[in-house]
Design a protein around this ligand. Structure first.
Ligand SMILES: Nc1ncnc2c1ncn2[C@@H]1O[C@H](COP(=O)(O)OP(=O)(O)OP(=O)(O)O)[C@@H](O)[C@H]1O
Ligand SMILES: [Mg+2]
Length: 367
């Protein structure tokens, strides 16, 4: 940030110097011509018309010069931007991404999913204090685990470790018994699918956005996942169907529509392990139903870690872990947790009294 500040200050200083000095030279030139020319006219050596013509020539001379000057500015700005882009393109993966002990192939899969284990995970972001304080979790192959807890508890952080968006400060995450750092990144990307809280769509056609999940997917496959994600009808209604452009310069999609497209993308990718950070944006009941149905299709038969905000998602999960301040304070099936009478049971008792509360956040706020 300091560098950016210095650089932009530098540009502004140069600009502040160049542009008045250009104007100054232009004005001085005109004055000089007027001074010398005016005297010649008075002395009768030159006609007034000649002086006027001369003044026009001076103007014509300065115009391209000042244009050259702004061109130079454009080039400078472009070069600076280019340097930044190439710096990113040339960036080496973080040293932590190169395993000290060598890569290990994942065992061949028994079924369409894999087991995930968190072993004594501690985590802090580079800048801050510890966010996760010793997490131990086993998610059996093909089952779903819902993470619930108040905002800032560390749910997103915990879930993102599976995709190696970060590495734990200590402890390890294992996929079918293989520690994540020993799995090559391309293989890990194939194994773990991610649907984030704020679904991201590129400025491209719907089809191109979906194909990120599986390059070269057939029309048939695209249609199947759009249907499974309850997105087929609204896509069909667009003027160019799935060849319509989305994003800032394309069709505007609602939060619920974007979410279903990102679910369709994950379905197309069909990864054995899925990390889902459920969106918090509120949608109407009909959309809610469609998203729920889309999620059911997405989660079926997969190992999944779901940061859950909807009560219906939590209710359907195989197991629920209540996360509070970086620790798992309760874990179990819905019925077990209700019987236990802890925080989870308390949340549901609030819900039964207040039907208007629809999200986990509402319940934590009310408790
Ligand atoms: N990139 C980051 N850098 C530094 N601290 C972060 C970063 N992301 C999150 N945190 C901090 O880590 C803690 C856990 O954040 P996290 O996003 O995992 O919470 P959460 O349980 O997902 O909350 P929410 O329900 O609001 O999404 C918070 O105190 C947050 O401020
Ligand atoms: Mg979160």
């Amino acid at each position: 940030a300091q560098d950016v500040r210095t650089a932009s200050l530098g540009i502004m200083k140069a600009w502040a110097f160049y542009s008045p000095s250009m104007a100054w030279f232009a004005a001085a030139g005109t004055c000089l011509v007027l001074w010398v020319g005016g005297r010649s006219v008075l002395e009768g050596k030159m006609a007034v018309g000649e002086l006027v013509a001369f003044l026009l020539y001076v103007g014509m001379f300065y115009e391209p010069v000042s244009r050259l000057h702004s061109l130079n500015q454009l080039i400078q700005a472009g070069r600076a931007a280019g340097e930044r882009v190439f710096a990113i393109l040339d960036a080496e993966p973080e040293p932590g991404h190169i395993p000290a002990a060598g890569l290990r192939p994942l065992p061949s899969r028994q079924d369409s999913s894999r087991q995930v284990i968190f072993r004594n995970i501690h985590f802090s972001y580079r800048t801050g204090k510890e966010v996760l304080h010793g997490i131990d979790l086993t998610i059996p192959s093909g089952t779903s685990l819902a993470l619930v807890g108040p905002t800032g508890a560390g749910k997103t952080t915990l879930a993102s470790l599976v995709a190696r968006f970060h590495d734990p400060t200590s402890g390890e995450v294992l996929l079918d018994g293989v520690p994540l750092p020993r799995i090559s990144l391309p293989e890990l990307r194939r194994e773990v699918g991610v649907v984030t809280q704020e679904p991201f769509l590129f400025q491209a056609t719907i089809r191109e956005n979906l194909e990120l999940g599986k390059p070269g997917a057939s029309d048939m496959e695209i249609e199947t996942v759009l249907r499974a994600a309850c997105a087929f009808d609204f896509v069909q209604a667009l003027s160019e169907g799935w060849n319509s452009k989305v994003g800032e310069r394309g069709v505007r999609l609602s939060a619920g529509e974007r979410q279903r497209l990102s679910i369709a993308r994950a379905l197309l990718k069909d990864p054995p392990v899925l990390v889902l950070d459920e969106a918090t944006a509120s949608v109407d009941t009909a959309t809610e139903k469609q998203i729920q149905q889309a999620l059911d299709h997405l989660l079926a038969g997969r190992t999944s870690i779901v940061v859950a905000h909807r009560l219906s998602t939590v209710r359907k999960a195989d197991r629920i872990a209540v996360v509070e301040a970086g620790r798992i304070i309760e874990i179990g099936k819905h019925d077990e947790l209700i019987k236990k009478g802890g925080l989870y049971a308390k949340l549901w008792s609030i819900q039964s009294e207040h039907a208007e509360l629809h999200t986990i956040e509402d319940l934590f706020t009310a408790s």
